[in-house]
Ligand binder design. Structure first.
Ligand code: AMP
Ligand code: MG
Length: 487
């Protein structure tokens, strides 16, 4: 089987990576293989979904043409700088140019120790593999830029965490694995030649028109800023909490990457955080735009020497670029949230009713997803689906009045608004308590719940009456208050 790998990253100077093969696992078994995604990559050999693919996606066989490497990067973790992190449990097999013309990385996660593993074992427990598979594919179905899940394999080996857990290997597909932390690595070492090489590589991959710009590093910085602003606004509009927005988890491509302690809001609460190590709420839902900007400032700092020969001039250019984040975020946030209340072509004045509704959701701790989904019904046939989420229907009457008035003043018909809302407001999100159920069963070797949830999350905007219970929030005893890092 020929998989046509490209290896442009492995062609960069040796300072960028270490070459090594994945470590084999004892007794791999399939959990999931993403045929649609494989097709997009141009990989439709049926052997890929059977034994040959199993050998590849467990790390037991390096496919012909791949040049496996672990890449190096640094990063600010919870605000503190770590000068050398790198792929401690991930191995890049290579790049593939898909049917759509895009180049993507194919990476094994949990494929054994690398020179960057520090005290880690380079392995993944099954739980994080299932979580990343489900949540990244759900994000893709929701239309959010994200890394994708190509395969999940049961390794047949135990891994030792707080408990002994079954191990797994996850195959991740990404537009690239370049992160803010990759730039910080070379910048912190004062390695200008490699910083420039990295920048050129990133420009070529993610901002090709920037290659013609007067200052390619500035074009890249501006590109990353706009992508991140749009991405985080998209997260916010779905109630998504990334959970560990360290600079090594902030992608240059603008994809959501690293589904560790991530979660979706049930009741709306801007201060909500899930990661049990995020004791101060640095990565709380409502703080995500601030943190994205903070991370982008670290990228700007790393790029300073390439922005202008004069430090003062470089800082001025960096600041001007960072200043664009606020407007980019606000534009994207307004567009996303206006659609959520039925307005397809937003105006600044649409923010007022959105903020009014969010304040009500917060006061009454109402489920974010169900409230927005129910809103379309408030205009038409089943108003209780919305008002019934609040303690007493009277609570929402004044807001509903103002909103209907706002839509009328904007000349938007109820049916048109409902249509816009049904496209913007999913019914099915990967709720934490459902993922926990999947993981509990998976640990026992039962992947039925995984299959079912995966099937539901592929169509998040469809009503699916037979799966209605999967739309509901957790019962009090099912609430998951903390998620653990995917290590
Ligand atoms: P994360 O928080 O998942 O983004 O990981 C942060 C850093 O820790 C990265 O450099 C990972 O490669 C590394 N790491 C996480 N888990 C492991 C593990 N089990 N073995 C080795 N390195 C790990
Ligand atoms: Mg990471």
């Amino acid at each position: 089987m020929r998989l046509s790998f490209h290896n442009t990253y492995a062609r960069l100077p040796p300072a960028f990576f270490e070459r090594l093969d994945p470590s084999p696992v004892a007794a791999p078994r399939w959990i999931a293989f993403n045929r649609d995604l494989a097709g997009l990559l141009g990989w439709d050999d049926p052997g890929l979904g059977s034994d040959e693919g199993l050998a590849i996606f467990s790390g037991n066989r390096v496919p012909e043409g791949a040049e496996p490497i672990a890449t190096v990067y640094a990063g600010h973790q919870f605000g503190g700088f770590v000068p050398r992190l790198g792929d401690g449990r991930a191995i890049l097999l290579g790049e593939v140019v898909g049917r759509d013309g895009w180049r993507r990385d194919v990476q094994l996660k949990g494929a054994g120790p690398t020179p960057y593993s520090r005290r880690g074992d380079g392995r993944s427990a099954l739980g994080p593999v299932l979580r990343e598979y489900l949540v990244s594919e759900a994000m893709a179905a929701l239309g959010v830029p994200t890394t994708r899940a190509l395969a999940a394999v049961w390794s047949g080996e135990p891994v030792y965490r707080e408990n002994v857990e079954p191990g797994g290997v996850f195959t991740r597909v990404a537009r690239s694995h370049l992160r803010v932390g990759t730039f910080e690595y070379f910048s912190a070492r004062g390695d200008l030649p490699n910083l420039e090489t990295l920048t050129n590589h990133a420009v070529e991959r993610h901002d090709p028109e920037g290659a013609e710009a007067e200052i390619p590093a500035l074009a890249l910085l501006e590109g990353v800023i706009l992508r991140q602003a749009g991405l985080v606004a998209h997260w916010m509009s779905l109630g998504f909490i990334h959970g560990v927005m360290n600079t090594d988890n902030t992608s240059i491509s603008g994809e959501t990457i690293d589904y560790g302690p991530c979660a979706f809001l049930d009741g709306y609460d801007p201060a909500k955080r899930f990661s049990f190590i995020d004791t101060r709420g640095r990565y709380a839902y409502g703080n995500q735009p601030n943190i994205a900007l903070w991370n982008l400032a670290r990228l700007a700092e790393a790029l300073l020497p390439l922005l202008a020969p004069e430090p003062k001039e470089a800082v001025a250019r960096a600041e001007a670029a960072l200043d664009r984040f606020a407007a980019g975020f606000e534009e994207a946030w307004t567009r996303r949230f206006a659609a959520k209340i039925g307005i397809a072509v937003p105006r600044p004045e649409d923010r007022e009713p959105v903020l009014g509704l969010l304040a009500l959701l917060e006061t009454h701790a109402v489920d974010f997803t169900l409230a927005f989904r129910g809103l379309a019904d408030a205009l038409t046939e089943v108003p209780e689906r919305f008002s019934g989420l609040f303690p007493g229907p009277g609570v929402v009457v004044p807001w509903l009045e103002r909103w209907r008035q706002h839509l009328r003043s904007r000349g938007i018909q109820p049916e048109e608004a409902a249509e816009t809302m049904r496209r913007a407001n999913p019914l099915f999100i990967p709720r934490n308590h459902r993922i926990e159920e999947v993981i509990r069963a998976g640990r026992e070797g039962d992947f039925g719940p995984f299959e079912r949830l995966h099937g539901i999350l592929r169509r998040p905007f469809d009503d699916q009456p037979e799966n209605r219970e999967f739309a509901e929030g957790p019962e009090p005893h099912e609430v998951v208050s903390a998620t653990f890092c995917g290590t």
